[in-house]
Design a protein around this ligand. Structure first.
Ligand code: RB5
Length: 150
């Protein structure tokens, strides 16, 4: 199951991506926001990231105006590797090399078709493992080390 969340600026694109996921018969969990009423992207980035970090959802998709805010917020949740993406190449490589478990796109940056291409590329690409696994483990280690300072 895929967690999907957005702020008010990303709400319409979230709906389009949900329709796309339905066409592909991919099960998703919409964690909000549920209207175009102004809200804070941090709330929905955090809710979706928690679904992924707890293993309730396998991966997560986030949308705000640029993808920046939601990706920064999601990456504060332990275990989240979220990439902010505006083209399919980075989406693909972030799966192959970084084992990203969340992706963020900007509704003010990409159109619906490009967003769908990015998301599909990301969902379809496996993690390569091998030498990249060690680096992903190093990222987790950085997270562990930093916890000593809080
Ligand atoms: C909301 O105005 C906007 O700041 C938000 O959608 C996002 O782009 C933040 O990074």
């Amino acid at each position: 199951m895929i967690a999907i969340g957005s702020d008010h600026v990303g709400f319409r694109l979230k709906k389009e991506i949900e329709r796309f996921l339905e066409q592909k018969e991919i099960v998703y969990k919409d964690i909000g926001t549920f209207s175009e009423e102004r809200c804070d992207y941090t709330e929905f980035a955090c809710k979706a990231a928690e679904q992924v970090a707890r293993g309730i959802c396998e991966k997560g998709i986030l949308i705000c105006g640029t993808g920046a805010g939601v990706s920064i917020a999601a990456n504060k949740v332990a275990g989240i590797r979220c990439v902010c993406c505006s083209e399919p190449f980075t989406a693909e490589m972030s799966r192959r090399h970084n084992d990203t478990n969340m992706i963020a796109v900007g509704s003010r940056v990409v159109g619906v078709e490009l967003a769908e291409k990015i998301v599909w590329q990301w969902l379809e690409t496996p993690f390569e493992g091998g030498r990249h696994l060690n680096r992903v483990r190093q990222i987790a280690q950085i997270e562990q080390d930093q916890m000593r300072f809080v």
